[in-house]
Structure formats: structure tokens, C-alpha cells
Write a protein that binds this ligand. Structure first.
Ligand SMILES: [Fe+2]
Ligand SMILES: [Fe+2]
Length: 366
């Protein structure tokens, strides 16, 4: 009898399936089990009570018509519509069918980045479990790791079952998360994920929820958002304590990190991969899109970035990072016009308002 030996994947297949990241942080074992951080204990208890089941609490039998998910008012749709009428436009021949396909591709691209970002969040939370020197934060990060597994899984399932092939991770997002996973300083995982990327996620999921009628995606986003608001609160609570005693020179590194990672994401480029799937090179269509943006007086990122900074700035203020080093970050962000959000609600206190899971359960009981 001949045994069939499974063929090993070759190098190219491995490279396509995985990415290796080297973490430079030290893992630590803690011997102090005393529950001394009340706010983190409360948050951990809350996280345990608000766990939800992605299999039984979401109705995966819901029929989804991708066309009905398209947000025709989204900047990319308005720009494409107008760009068809620009002289010499490579999409001059586009009709309703192509625009519809663009809308579907754009949604798939967005949900794909959510999915990859969630996996990055799962890895970052797991890193915090191993590197944070406080037991209460370690317990909390373990619940967040589970939350992020569920988020990754539900976005992957929604894409796979309802929309089709996912897009690869954007190099920008991949670079941001990889840097956090490699850093030797444990608080950078928090600052980059819980404060920056998760504020971005709150804004992105929130804006998708506002324009979505489809009941499965709506419930999925509401439940993911209730977890995310807790994650941001976790970052704010932990880092406010840590940064209170950090020397100014060290705080300066954190301020530089924020300048680098927020103003840069402000200038994010378009989504070339969506255009490529539509059979158009982004470089070719970009001039017509720019012209369309001028005609419509539309800045495609403005609305979204407002949502992001409205979450981010008050949280960063709460960490004391706006004013450390004689207001170094405050001056930078003031020049960029971001201080109008300084006194918006910070997420350390408003996470209860996001808890759709608890709200649904209370409604079901009454
Ligand atoms: Fe998440
Ligand atoms: Fe999260």
C-alpha cells in the first residue's frame, strides 16, 4: 500500500499566506494578583457581561442584495459619477452598471480593511496580555483578544458569504499595525491601537452604520461598536495612569508618534485597488477624479476625518499628551485645525452609551 504524502507548500505559497513579524517587547510574568485598579475591574466585569455569540445572535440566513448596500452619496460614488463627464476621462463610457459595480467593490474593500484591522487588533491585544505590568490590565486585554477574534470572524464571514472575494490588507494599515507589534515599549501597542486605530474604527464603523439599512450588517456593526468603545476606554484608563509619571522626554516620543500617525493618515491616498478591479488604472483615472472633486467642491476624506478627530483629540487630551512639553502636540494640532474637538466627549466615560448588546438584552427582558 502506498501512503500519500501531503505536498508541502512552496515558498511562494507560504509568502502569500503568512507574514512574519518580530516583536521586540519582553513578556513578563506577574506575581502580584491584587485587584487594585477599580476602573479596569469595572471594565473587565462589563466585558464579561457583554460578550455576544456571533453564531446565535446574528441571523446569518438574512438574504443580502449587495446592490442595496451601496451608499450612492459616498464621496467615491459622487466623484465617479462626475468624473465620467470630464473631458478625456477613462470612465467616460461608464453607465449605471459600472457605477453599481464600483459601489459593491468599494464596500468590499472597506469591509476587507475592517477584517484585516480586526486581526491586527487581536494580535495587539494579545501582545498587551503578555507585556503589560498590571494584572487588571492583563485580564482586560484577554477579554479584548476574544472580542477581536469575534470581530475578525464576523467581518470575514460577512464578506465570504454575502459579498465575495476580499481585498488584501492595505500597505498603509499593515505598516501601522506591524510597527506596533514590533515595538519594544508596551504602551505603544496601546497608544497605536486603543487610542489611534480604534478611534478610527469607531468613526469608520459608525459612519457605515449610519448609511446601512441591511439588518444583518446593522446588527453586526452595532455589536462590534459596543465592544470597540470599551477598548478605547481601556486605552484611555490605562495610559492616563502610566503617562502621569512618565518623564517629559519620554512623553515627547509619544507626542511625536501621534503627530506621525494621525496627520499622515489624514493625507491618505485613494483606493487604487478598487479601480484596478474595475479594470482602470488609478493613475489614469486620478486626474478626472481630481477635476470632479474641484467641480463638486468635495474633499473625499473631510467627513470621515472629522469623525476620527472628534474621537481622538479628547482622548489624547485626557492622557495629558496635548500639554506635555509646553504644549508641543497642542501647537502641532492647532496648526492642523484639530483643537475644535478638544472638549468633545471622551470615550473613557461614554462607552456605556455604545453598549447595544446590553440595550438589546434589556429590551428582550422587558
Ligand atoms: Fe475590533
Ligand atoms: Fe477593538
Amino acid at each position: 500500500m502506498t501512503e500519500t504524502v501531503p505536498e508541502l507548500p512552496d515558498r511562494a505559497e507560504v509568502d502569500e499566506a503568512v507574514k512574519l513579524v518580530n516583536d521586540h517587547a519582553q513578556r513578563i510574568f506577574l506575581w502580584n494578583y491584587e485587584r487594585s485598579r477599580g476602573q479596569l475591574v469595572t471594565l473587565y466585569n462589563k466585558a464579561m457581561a457583554s460578550q455576544w455569540n456571533s453564531v446565535t445572535e446574528l441571523d446569518w440566513d438574512t438574504e443580502v442584495d449587495p446592490e442595496e448596500l451601496i451608499d450612492w452619496d459616498a464621496p467615491i460614488m459622487r466623484l465617479a459619477d462626475e468624473a465620467r463627464r470630464v473631458d478625456g476621462s477613462p470612465i467616460a463610457s461608464w453607465g449605471e452598471a459600472e457605477l453599481t459595480q464600483l459601489g459593491i467593490e468599494s464596500l468590499k474593500a472597506q469591509l476587507s480593511q475592517f477584517m484585516h484591522g480586526e486581526q491586527g487588533a487581536m494580535m495587539t491585544a494579545a501582545k498587551i496580555v503578555e507585556t503589560v505590568p498590571w494584572i487588571d490590565a492583563r485580564y482586560y486585554a484577554a477579554t479584548q483578544t476574544m472580542d477581536e477574534a469575534r470581530h475578525t470572524e464576523v467581518f470575514a464571514r460577512y464578506l465570504h458569504e454575502k459579498l465575495g472575494e476580499a481585498y488584501p490588507m492595505s500597505p498603509f494599515l499593515e505598516g501601522q499595525i506591524t510597527a506596533l507589534l514590533e515595538d519594544s515599549r508596551w504602551d505603544f501597542a496601546y497608544l497605536g491601537m486603543q487610542i489611534v486605530i480604534e478611534s478610527l474604527a469607531l468613526a469608520a464603523f459608525g459612519s457605515m452604520l449610519r448609511v446601512t439599512q441591511e439588518p444583518l450588517l446593522r446588527k453586526l456593526l452595532r455589536y462590534v461598536l459596543s465592544d470597540e468603545a470599551r477598548h478605547v476606554a481601556f486605552g484611555v484608563i490605562s495610559l492616563s495612569e502610566y503617562y502621569a509619571d512618565l518623564p517629559e522626554a519620554e512623553l515627547k516620543d509619544r507626542q511625536d508618534f501621534l503627530i506621525e500617525n494621525t496627520l499622515r493618515s489624514r493625507a491618505r491616498s485613494g483606493t487604487p485597488e478598487v479601480w484596478e478591479r474595475m479594470g482602470v488604472r488609478f493613475e489614469d483615472v486620478a486626474p478626472a477624479l481630481m477635476e470632479a472633486a474641484g467641480r463638486l467642491q468635495l474633499n473625499p476624506f473631510a467627513g470621515f476625518m472629522r469623525g476620527f478627530f472628534a474621537k481622538l483629540v479628547p482622548n489624547v487630551r485626557k492622557l495629558g499628551l496635548l500639554d506635555a512639553n509646553d504644549g508641543y502636540l497642542r501647537r502641532h494640532w492647532a496648526e492642523a485645525g484639530l483643537l475644535e474637538f478638544e472638549h468633545a466627549d471622551d470615550t473613557a466615560s461614554d462607552y456605556e452609551a455604545y453598549d447595544a448588546v446590553a440595550q438589546d438584552r434589556a429590551r428582550a427582558r422587558s
